[in-house]
Design a protein around this ligand. Structure first.
Ligand code: NAD
Ligand code: IPM
Ligand code: MN
Length: 358
């Protein structure tokens, strides 16, 4: 029997609420299909941990995670700890050190959900976001705090290897999925050094992949096109910050942050990949039991696909779509009145019958 070892980091706020539903789904799948099991180990590295220990994870935290098959991450963020601390001491070290240079974020309107755009055309594309460098660096500094001459400098760092590898991933993804074009999100008209370099390297790779189309838009116009004609996109390639912003916008046109999943992928397999909803810890609804667990359950499904079980991914998606189409058990963010747990249970209830497990 195949055993998958999964590190579970529930995090803060709604992170633990939605992650426990995702783990429930994984357990149920391994009951239905007895050919595999999950061994999960929970790491409560969150803001509470920081308040007790003065750091977001132990010194050897990355070492502890390194040999897992994958990581399932909830969300972090808590008003008692500054956001840059939670982010720079936990999420970003994992993404950067484990060379999870791809942030894969599907933007797909599931059956049973309506887009606020009221469009008939299907919305189904992927944001492929550079996830290890770019605008998210600690290069820079600040001086003269509190004085009139106070200043701050934040450097964007783009490397040839970094831009090349994410662009190649986007083209490989397009080809493997029978897609016809890659859309480059840029701002090389104003951000002249890094974004011109980004465009140049992206276009070198585009030249080598002429069987797949290429287009480039400035990100401001592209944001408008996401609303006006989202059906025209297949693969959107973006830098770290641009991809971050586009993914919340993308989620909003297909049902919101309660639905949107993501995978932080290390394509070489040298380190574990990490799966987490696009959303954060949602302090405004945390503790109320109303967070939509679908984004995290879908993220767990992406993890299954990454582990080689696309059949299980499809099973989970089919169950989610059944629950959405019935419109009986939904959380408030998508128009229902049910709880996080009720939605998790409803999805589990649908897992058995759809018969797509290999
Ligand atoms: P957020 O994504 O937490 O919340 C934005 C809005 O979406 C809120 O109104 C929230 O209630 C709603 N929402 C989010 N997830 C939902 C769900 N599953 N069901 C229903 N509604 C949902 O973004 P924010 O408010 O900007 O950030 C809150 C905290 O989370 C901050 O500390 C931020 O730094 C952190 N954050 C963490 C991650 C992460 O851990 N990966 C991601 C984004 C933000
Ligand atoms: C996300 C989040 C993170 C990001 C933060 C928490 C660093 O917003 O996963 O989208 O910007 O990547
Ligand atoms: Mn984000």
């Amino acid at each position: 029997m195949k055993v998958y070892n999964i590190a579970v980091l529930p995090g803060d706020g709604i992170g633990p609420e939605v992650t426990s539903e995702a783990v429930k789904v994984l357990r149920k799948l391994s009951e239905i299909d007895v050919s595999f099991q999950f061994e999960t180990e929970e790491f409560n590295w969150n803001s509470e941990y920081y308040l007790r220990h003065g750091s977001m994870m132990p010194e050897d935290g990355l070492e502890q995670l390194r040999d897992f098959d994958a990581i399932l991450f909830g969300a972090i963020g808590d008003s008692r700890v500054p956001d840059p601390v939670t982010i720079w001491e936990l999420i970003l070290p994992i993404r950067k050190n484990f060379q999870q240079y791809v942030n894969f974020r599907p933007i797909k309107l599931l059956n049973g959900l309506e887009s606020p755009l009221k469009k008939d055309a299907p919305i189904d594309f992927a944001i492929i976001r550079e996830n290890s460098e770019g605008e998210y660096t600690n290069s820079g500094g600040a001086m003269f705090q509190g004085e009139d001459r106070e200043m701050a400098v934040q450097n964007t760092v783009m490397t040839r290897q970094g831009v090349k590898q994410i662009t190649e991933f986007a083209y490989d993804y397009a080809r493997e999925h029978g897609l016809s074009k890659v859309t480059n999100a840029t701002k090389s008209n104003a951000v002249i050094h890094t974004m011109n370099f980004w465009d140049r390297v992206v276009e070198e790779i585009a030249e080598e992949n002429k069987d797949i189309g290429y287009e480039k838009y400035y990100i401001d116009a592209l944001a408008a096109y996401f609303v006006q004609r989202p059906e025209s996109f297949e693969v959107v390639l973006a830098s770290n910050l641009f991809g971050d912003i586009l993914s919340d916008l993308g989620s909003a046109i297909v049902g919101g942050l309660g639905i949107a999943p993501s995978g932080n992928i290390n394509p070489s397999g040298e380190f574990p990949s990490m799966f987490e909803a696009v959303h954060g810890s949602a302090p405004d609804i945390a503790g109320k039991g109303v967070a939509n667990p679908m984004a995290q359950i879908w993220s767990a499904a992406l993890m299954l696909e990454h582990l080689g079980r696309k059949d299980l991914h499809d099973t989970v998606l089919a169950a989610m779509e059944e629950v959405l189409a019935e419109k009986k058990v939904l959380t408030p963010d998508i128009g229902g009145a049910s709880s996080t747990e009720e939605v998790g249970d409803a999805i589990i209830g649908k897992l058995k019958n759809n018969g797509v497990i290999e």
